[in-house]
Write a protein that binds this ligand. Structure first.
Ligand code: SF4
Length: 358
């Protein structure tokens, strides 16, 4: 059951109110290094990232927002900690959204100045509450409980900030409740979504390396999305940002929420395996990671069972001792020597994408 949230516009992307869950990522270049940041955002755009967040830790980075904004297609969120002047400068330079944790901006007056600047520029603000940096005391009286003390505190902090923003007559709000603990994150979101309807940015913070981060995010974000919670998402990984986007789409695809890109199905290998499937699947994943077309691609370890087991795939490749097989919807389309297999497979995938595009 989708939780009803209100719509918020981030540049040209609308979230909340039933709009598709927007996939975002974050650059890991120095934002002040415009050239490297632009190159990374271009790569993110190519793999389907819909909103990009850049850290703005200093005035050079805030100034860089202006130059970056001119050359990118997707909306840019400026991530600010501690210094309210950076937020105001980033807004002035065209940031499409600001992310702050009001708790570390300092006085209420400084937060007010950021909110006033955002209001004037019609830029939404994400109130980002993090379990690791909660205010020890809040004035907000929580009338319900999530069942967990930390989750309660997170929501309490958030509602206090929301109340302040509303008092300033500002409702162009996105919220986030992040913790590295998955059950705490889930409990906090469940409680919040019973109480308020500002759209939610979901993510598991400090999720970890590619493998453990993917597991944590898939479980945490998967549960939330399945309950209809989450209007935009970021998968945090200690890996290239493109992998975050890929993983986010895979989570959405697995839940049947949004489809984009290639789903790789590969066999677990067994005594019949005639090719290094782990390596081959890795190569195929690399080859197709930026593909927007919705395709099921199989990588199988033998020709005896491979085609039969992956007959439902749009296209697949089966290893062989010397000769490999490429098949489409269960029918063989090409046999090729092992060392040329990938070259032909790439050609066949491109052909299929062209045909699908017609
Ligand atoms: S496709 Fe072949 S190699 Fe892979 S698990 Fe099935 S039988 Fe084994």
């Amino acid at each position: 059951m989708e939780k009803k949230t209100r719509a918020v516009k981030i540049g040209g992307v609308k979230i909340g109110a039933g709009f598709p869950v927007a996939v975002q990522s974050m650059t890991n270049t120095r934002t002040s290094d415009v050239k490297s940041t632009l190159a990374q955002i271009k790569r993110l755009e190519e793999c389907g990232c819909e909103i990009v967040r850049c850290s703005v830790p200093d005035m050079d980075s805030a100034a860089a927002v202006l130059k970056i904004k001119r050359k990118i297609k997707i909306p840019l969120t400026a991530d600010i900690h501690y210094d309210y002047r950076l937020a105001i400068e980033a807004i002035k330079n065209g940031a499409d959204k600001i992310r702050i944790n009001p708790g570390n901006i300092g006085s209420a007056e400084k937060v007010r100045l950021v909110v006033e600047a955002a209001k004037k520029a019609r830029v939404p603000v994400r109130i980002g509450v993090n379990a690791g940096s909660l205010k020890p005391k809040t004035t907000y009286r929580l009338k319900a409980s999530s069942g967990d003390k930390t989750a309660d505190k997170m929501v309490q902090n958030l509602l206090e900030y929301i109340e302040f923003f509303e008092w300033l007559d500002f409702t162009d709000i996105v919220v986030s409740l992040k913790a590295s603990d998955v059950p705490v994150t889930i409990m906090a979101h469940r409680l919040y979504s019973r109480l308020k309807d500002y759209p939610v940015h979901i993510g598991i913070t400090e999720a970890g390396t590619e493998l453990s981060g993917t597991i944590k995010s898939s479980v945490g974000l998967g549960i939330l999305l399945n309950e209809g919670i989450g209007d935009t998402m970021r998968v945090s990984l200690t890996a290239e940002p493109e992998k975050e986007v890929y993983t986010a789409y895979r989570i959405l695809d697995t839940l049947g929420i949004r489809k984009r890109g290639v789903e790789i199905i590969s066999c677990p290998t067994c005594a019949r395996t005639e090719v290094d499937v782990i390596r081959l699947a890795g190569q195929v994943e690399k080859m197709t990671i930026n593909t927007a077309a919705v395709l099921k691609v199989a990588v199988m370890g033998c020709s005896v069972n491979g085609i039969g087991e992956a007959g439902h795939a749009d296209i697949g490749v089966c290893g062989g001792k010397k000769i490999g097989i490429i098949f489409k919807s269960g029918k063989i389309v090409k046999k090729a020597a092992k060392k040329e297999l990938l070259k032909y497979f790439d050609r066949e995938i491109k052909k299929l994408i062209r045909e699908k595009g017609k």
